[in-house]
Every structure is written in C-alpha cells, then in structure tokens.
Ligand binder design. Structure first.
Ligand code: ADP
Length: 885
C-alpha cells in the first residue's frame, strides 16, 4: 500500500492536478472526491461537502483516511483504493458505509477510477452516490427485508443473494460471510469478492444459471478459498444456485444456498481412504483373505482368491466358495466353517482347493470371529494359505515315520521313543512292552508314570541328562528292577539312550533300544562263582592242579603247585610246569602232551617233578580236556598226584613176592631133597634089607621143620589178606601167658640150637585172648631177635607187670638194632629196613605188621626200644585177668 506523502508532490504537479479537478467539479454534479496518487485529498466538490456534512474549508492535501475525522478510514474503502491502484481497475457500484457527524451511518455506492495525467502522474476520482435509506423504503419492503434478514440470520446454511448479471452480493448471512472468510462482499461482484472462484468454474456456473434460469445443485463440490497471501483452504460444499426473477418475471439475480460439508467429506474420505488402503493391503498380502457376515455368507474375498481359484465374484459369494474345494474335503470344510461360525470361535483346517488350472492343492484355512466395539458378532475373517508342498513333505515324513514305526514295531530288539521333558512314551514295540512287563496302555503316558518303579533307580536321571547334553548313554549289563506280574524282578540289560534331533538340530526325544542280557549276566555270575569254587577246591586238593587254555598255555596253578615249587603263579605261567619234569620223562611227556593238544585225547603218565628242594618226586600226571558242547576243547585240567609212597610200596610188594617165592622155594626144595633121599635109601634097604640102619628120624624132623616154616608163612600171608579184607577173626580164651611163653620158646629152641633164649617170669598171669595169635606174635619177636643178631646169641624174654592189670612181655636181643627213623616204619606192611640187605636177612616185612595188628585188636600196645648197632627190645602190653608175683 502506498503511504500518503504530500511532500513528494511538487508544486507544479499540484497545480496541474488542481487545474484538472477544477474542470471536473464544474461538470460533475454527483459528490466527487479527488485524490493524488499518494491518496491525499486534492479536491472535492460542493455536493460532496453537502452529503458528507463537511462544514467550512476542507483540509487540503490531507490523507484521505484522515479526511473529515477519518470518515473514510474503513476496510471497505481501503479495499477500494487498493483494488484501484494495484489492479489499475475501475470500481463500479461498490457500497460503503460512511460515518457522518452524530455517528450516523450512511450508505453510498462508490464508482471510482484512476485518471492518468501527463508526466506519469495520476489522480483518483471517486464519486459517491447516496444509497436508499431504510427509512426511505415502503412499509411492505421493510417487512420483507426484515423477514429476509431473519431467515438469513437464522438459517443453518450459508445464504446470499446475488444481484444482476455481474452477480453482485446484495445480501449475505453471517454463515456465508464466515464461510468465505469474513470478506467484505456486499455490493461487490462475486468476481471481485471471491476472485479465486472464477478459475474453479463457479462464475461460469452462475452465468449459466442466470442466462438459462435452470437452477444448479452442487454436491460435495470442492472449493479452494484464499485465506492468506499464499494460503488456501479446501472446502466441500453442497449448494443450490436458484435464479430469482423480478416482477416482470425476468431473471434479476441468484439465490445461493450453501452447506459446508467439508468435515463429513473429509471424514468419509478418510474412511474411504483407509478402507482403500486396507483393501490394497488385503489385496497385496500373499494370502487369500475372506470375510463373512453374521449369516455366514461370504461378503468379501480378496483378489488372491479369484486369481487362485479362477472363480468370479458371483461364483464365490454366499457359500459359493465351497464349490472350489475338493469334493472329498467339501463336507469337512463346510462343517469346520459353520461350526466355528455358530460357536463364534476360531478354527483351522486343511483341505484341498482347486486352482485355476484345475489342480487340487492343499491349503490351510484359518479364521477368527470378528466383533465390533460393543462385542457384537460381525462374522468371521480368515486366511487361506497354500501349504501343498509342506503338506506333501509332511506326508512324506509321516510316511517315513510310519515306516519307521513299522520297523520299530517289527523289530525284535526292544525299542521305544520318548519325547519331551516328560519323556512321553511316543512309541514302544511289543518287545519293549514285554520287557517292561506292561501292556499297550503305557503308550502316550510319561515314562515315570508308566514305570513308577524307576523312581530311585538312575534311569530317569540318565535320560534327562541325554536330553540336556545330547550325549548318547550306553548301558552295559546295567541292573534294572522292574515290576513284572506284580513282582519286582531284577534284570540286566545292554541298552542305549540316543538323542533324537529335529531338522533344526534341536533334541526332541530319545531312542531307547535294549537287549535283555540277564541270562548271560547271571550265568557269568554263576561261572564266576563256580570258578571261585573251582579255585577253592583246587587249592584244597592234595594234588597239584593246573589249568591251561585250549592251546595249552598255562593260566592257573593251585596253591599246592606254588608250595611244591616255591615259585609264584606268574613265574609258573611263564616257564610252564613241564620245566619241572625229570629229564628222563620230559621228552615222553612233551610228545604225549603235543598229541593231546592235537587230538583232544586225555593223557596219563607217571613222571617225576622237581620240588623246591631240588628233589624229584614221583607223580601221576593226568591231563584231561574240558570240552564245549560241540566237542571242541575249551581248556585242559592237569592234575599231578604224588605217588612216591605208592611207588615205594609197589617196590616193596615186588620184593615181597620175590621173597615169598624164594622162601617157599627153600623149604620145598629141602623137603624134596629129603624125600628123594629117603626114597633112595628105601630102595637100597630093600636091596640090602637093612632097614634098621636108616637115618629116618633126623630126615623127618627136618621135613617137619620145613613144613612148619611153610605153614607159618602161608598162614601169615593168609592173615595178611584177611586183615586187608577185615576178616581176621580172634578167638577169645583164658590161658596162662607164662605157659604159652615157655612152650613157644621151647619149640624155638628145639629148632634153633645156636641161640640161647632165656625166659624170665617176674609174674604169673592169666589173660583172655587168642592164644595161637599171641603165640604167633611171640614167635615173630623171638625169630626176628634171632635173625637180626648174627653176632650175639643172647636173647632175653621177660614177662613182667606193667600196671595193676596189665602185663608186659618183652623180647630183647643184642643184635644190629634199629635206627630211630625206622621205629614206626617197620610196623608197616612190607617195610624192611635197608631193602638192599634182603639177601642178608630174608623176610617179607609182614611179621611186625601182623603182630601190631593182632596186639591192637586185643586192645594192647606194642613198644620198641632200640638203638642202631646195640640191639632191640620189642614188647607188647596186654590186659591181664590175673597177675601174681
Ligand atoms: P621181616 O620178615 O623182614 O623180619 P618183620 O616185619 O618181622 O619182617 O620185621 C620188619 C623189619 O624190622 C625187619 O626187616 C628188620 O629190618 C626189622 N627188625 C625186626 N626185628 C628186628 C630186631 N630184633 N633187630 C633189628 N631189626 C629188626
């Protein structure tokens, strides 16, 4: 806006202007005001003075806004000047209000224009025409105007009346003024008041209505109003342009009725936008989305449905979508939907859906009920996703699973699968169920419930550990107590707990395979036990027992072996027991042993083994094979029994037989000699008839003596066998022991003239015994005393009291005597001191044995007192019935 600045007008300029104005004032009757380009008053005519009630001189070159107490300083008037000067337009018929003295307002119609002057000067010409005063109206007009004013101000709509071809605002209510942003519009044309309306086609519309008389109804028509310098406001308007006619029926204006529906439009637009957005989202998601109404009828399917199934809107609506499902799945799909719809609940179902190409593919249909803010059911909303590939894979897996299950079921190895933290028995084959002693009902239950007896046993903990660490557990002959047939039973099992992993490597379960090894464990235990017993027995056995494996390698030696050799078991295993065999037998043994190993036949032989003192002792060696059921050799047991003593006895027996034959031969030869002699003599006597000269008596005595020896020998041998067979019978008779001794010594003396046998009787005694056998003992003692004292002739026999009722008979010689070490041995069968001297002292080694047996059987006792080289004294002590001194 240009500021009033009079100083900028030169005097010359002023003069020119005033000259112009003078001329104008003379010709123009209407009130006229002239301003320079700075809006300073340069002149006014008398009519203006009159109308504006200006008394006296006007203030020259004062700003028009200060003119006559600022009468013209109104927004409308400023608008007019701005409009004039900026646009270079003329202003016609513009109404303004001017405040006159006493504050009365007066309306004027202003016409104005800018008049260019030379030297680029210009003046502004303003003519004022007085508007009709209200007071000037007819009464009818006044009533009408009030009514209009009333209607306008109370109407809820924005209303205005445009007058004339230029559509000048005649009346506008406050809503209208407000609608267009409180602009000063009365008296202005639409083009002037709302210049932006032109480009938006409103002027054209108004022109059309004015020229044709056809009303126009605008519906939600957008209008862009200028609200600031570069600011616009968008509105949406419902409006009516209704032409008005004058009394003559000619169109003279337009009634405008506007309702601002911007808010509704925006709100609806927003809804529409968000719906559109939702739809576009719904249509872009890679899934089928569907919505049904409260009756279960499909009301929306996104375009994926149509492109997938090839159905159209018409096909799919209501329950038409079911036509695209597989005939076999249709009922299932329908039921699942209706059931969820009726119960207003979520559901999920898988069925086959026909695609555009006519191929049925597996889909997953998932839906939830929809409720409004008040909780009223609005229908279902759901999605359909193609899961064909996954489903096929799943089927494959299932098939695999099925096959696996089949395999597990068929497997003879007890197998079970546990899943989850609870160790649910997912699968258990018959073998496993039998092993548990349970039935099928355990499948699907947690392991600790199915087998409560596991509580307190380590297995549940082991399983948990496998689940946590993923490390396989191998059970080796683990002891498991299971409740089978209502009884706790102990078994032994080899088993595995192997973690099962899903495709992501996560452990989801455990595979348990178990083998019952109870029998083998218990037999092993039995074996161990019997092995222990064997060793114990082997150690207790008097012989030396050893064990070798099938190949003949030594693996065990009993205690006697260790004691005998003085070596440790390890040493014996290393060198083998054959290293103790006497060199004379070793080769034979090794050869025989090799045969054994080759043939599996047993071995028995006698050999000498060297003891820890380095002495070889005779043993009977037996090697026997222990065989498996199939006949193969499992091991060898070798037993070595000491036979040194047996060997010796055997030797003695041999000598005895030699001796017996020798002893028998001597008397028989002798008898034969004497008989031959006698026969020869008899023959000669016949010839010589001199029988009385025959030496018959001494020959017969000799024969008699030899027969006696033979008889004794034979009866001794008989006694020997009787004793062996426990058939020695004793007679029981009371007799005088002194008499028996006297008789016996006499008999001996009769045949033994070289020795002097003295009998000393300290007591007289009666005993109850077998008289002949006691005599036999006495003969034996005396005969030995004779035999073993070649250098001495003295033999003393004595009968004495041993005890109150015991008597002692002793036979003492002064012969070769017996060493202490043989005192006991000589009473054994066939034992003779110094075996090699059998030729020196004939005998069988049975005399003392028989004597000892006879005395023992009489509850008596034999005693020996002897020293080597000094002689011997053999005594026996018997119970006596009577002893007298
Ligand atoms: P034998 O027929 O050998 O005499 P015996 O049984 O009577 O058998 O005696 C056993 C052995 O006891 C004899 O071989 C002998 O060595 C020893 N013996 C027995 N009596 C005497 C004795 N009076 N003096 C020395 N040795 C004796």
């Amino acid at each position: 806006m240009l500021e009033s600045d009079t100083s900028k007008l030169s005097k010359k300029e002023l003069n020119i202007i005033q000259n112009y104005t003078e001329g104008l004032f003379k010709t123009v009757r209407e009130p006229l005001l002239v301003l320079d380009r700075h809006r300073n008053v340069v002149g006014l005519n008398s009519n203006l003075k009159k109308k504006f009630k200006i008394n006296g001189e006007f203030e020259e070159r004062v700003s028009v806004f200060e003119f006559n107490n600022g009468q013209l300083d109104t927004p409308e008037f400023r608008d007019i000047l701005d409009y004039l000067q900026t646009e270079g337009n003329t202003v016609t018929e513009r109404d303004i209000q001017v405040v006159l003295p006493q504050k009365r307002k007066r309306g004027f119609t202003v016409n104005a224009s800018v008049l260019p002057l030379p030297d680029e000067n210009s003046i502004i010409l303003l003519s004022f025409k007085k508007l009709k005063n209200i007071g000037d109206l007819s009464r009818q007009e006044k009533v009408y105007n009030r009514l209009v004013e009333n209607i306008l101000s109370n109407a809820p709509a924005a209303i205005c009346i445009l007058r004339g071809q230029e559509h000048t605002f005649e009346v506008a209510n406050e809503h209208y003024i407000e609608l267009i942003g409180h602009r000063d519009i009365i008296g202005k044309t639409v083009k002037e008041a709302i210049p932006e309306a032109e480009s938006q086609g409103f002027i054209e519309l108004l022109d059309h209505v004015y020229s044709t008389g056809e009303p126009y109804i605008g519906n939600e028509t957008p209008l862009k109003l200028k609200v600031g310098k570069d600011e616009f406001k968008n509105s949406h308007l419902n409006f009516v342009y209704q032409p008005t006619r004058n009394k003559k029926g000619k169109i003279d204006g337009i009634f405008v009725h506007v309702v601002d529906v911007s808010e509704q439009v925006v709100a609806r637009k927003n809804v529409e936008d968000s719906e559109a957005r939702l739809r576009s989202v719904i249509n872009t998601v890679p899934a089928i989305i569907w919505i049904t109404d409260t009756d279960g009828q499909s009301v929306f399917l996104n375009k994926n449905w149509y492109s997938y199934t090839g159905q159209n809107n018409e096909d799919a609506k209501g329950m038409g979508w079911l036509d695209a499902t597989h005939p076999d799945d249709r009922k299932k799909a329908e039921f699942a939907f209706l059931d969820a719809h009726n119960q207003k609940k979520s559901y999920s179902i898988s069925f086959r859906l026909r695609n555009k190409q006519g191929e049925y593919r597996w889909v997953l249909d998932k839906a939830s009920p929809k409720f409004d803010d008040d909780g009223n059911y609005e229908g279902m909303i759901g999605t359909v996703i193609d899961v064909h590939e996954e489903r096929l894979k799943e089927n494959l897996v299932r098939e695999k699973d099925h096959r696996l299950q089949g395999i597990v079921k068929e497997a003879t190895v007890a197998t079970a699968i546990y899943t989850g933290r609870e160790m649910n028995i997912e699968l258990a084959n018959d073998a496993m169920i039998k092993l548990w002693g349970k039935d099928d009902s355990v499948i699907g239950t947690p392991l600790h419930k199915a087998l409560p007896e596991l509580d307190g046993q380590p297995f549940l903990g082991l399983l948990r550990n496998v689940l946590e660490t993923g490390e396989i557990y191998w059970g080796k002959e683990d002891k498991v107590d299971l409740m089978i047939d209502g009884e706790m039973q102990t078994g032994y099992y080899n088993f595995t707990y192997k973690p099962l992993r899903d495709k992501n490597g996560e452990i989801y379960g455990i595979l348990n395979m178990a083998i019952d090894v109870t029998e083998s464990v218990t037999s092993k235990m039995l074996l161990k036990e019997s092995e222990f017993h064997f060793r114990q027995m082997a150690d207790l056995m008097p012989g030396m027992v050893s064990k070798t494996d099938a190949k003949g390698d030594d693996i065990y030696f009993n205690k006697n072996w260790l004691d005998f050799t003085g070596k440790g078991s390890k040493f014996l295993q290393e060198v083998g027991w054959e290293s103790f065999i006497h060199p004379d037998e070793k080769e034979t043994f090794l050869k025989a042993w090799e045969d054994c190993l080759n043939t599996g036949c047993n071995l028995e032989m006698q050999l000498r083994l060297k003891n820890k003192e380095g002495k070889y002792i005779w043993h009977l060696t037996r090697c026997e094979a222990v065989k498996e059921d199939d006949g193969s050799v499992k091991m060898w047991i070798a037993a070595n029994t000491e036979i040194d003593k047996i060997k010796e006895e055997e030797k003695r027996k041999e000598e005895f037989l030699k001796m017996v034959s020798h002893e028998l031969k001597t008397p028989v030869t002798s008898i034969k000699g004497y008989v031959q002699l006698l026969l020869t003599l008899l023959k000669k006597q016949k010839e010589a008839a001199e029988a009385s000269k025959l030496p018959l008596q001494p020959s017969l005595e000799r024969i008699n003596h030899q027969v006696t020896r033979l008889t004794r020998l034979i009866s001794e041998i008989l006694d020997l066998s009787r004793i062996r067979e426990n058939q020695l019978e004793l007679k029981s008779e009371e007799f005088n022991l002194n008499e028996l001794l006297a008789e016996t010594i006499q008999d001996i003396n009769y045949t033994n003239t070289q020795h002097k046998i003295a009998l000393e009787s300290e007591v007289q005694c009666q005993i109850i015994a077998d008289r002949d056998r006691i005599g036999q003992v006495v003969i034996n003692f005396v005969m030995n005393a004779i035999k073993y004292s070649p250098g001495s002739q003295e033999i003393n026999v004595k009968i004495s009291r041993e005890d109150k009722d015991k008597v002692r008979v002793s036979v003492k010689d002064f012969g070769i005597g017996i060493g202490q070490e043989n005192h006991k041995k000589i009473f054994k069968r066939f034992y003779r001191v110094g075996v090699k001297s059998e030729e020196t002292y004939s005998g069988f080694g049975i005399g003392l044995y028989l004597a000892n047996e006879i005395i023992e059987r009489h509850n008596g006792e034999i005693q020996l007192n002897s020293e080597l080289g000094k002689g011997s004294e053999f005594s026996f002590i018997l119970n006596a019935t009577q002893i007298t001194s």
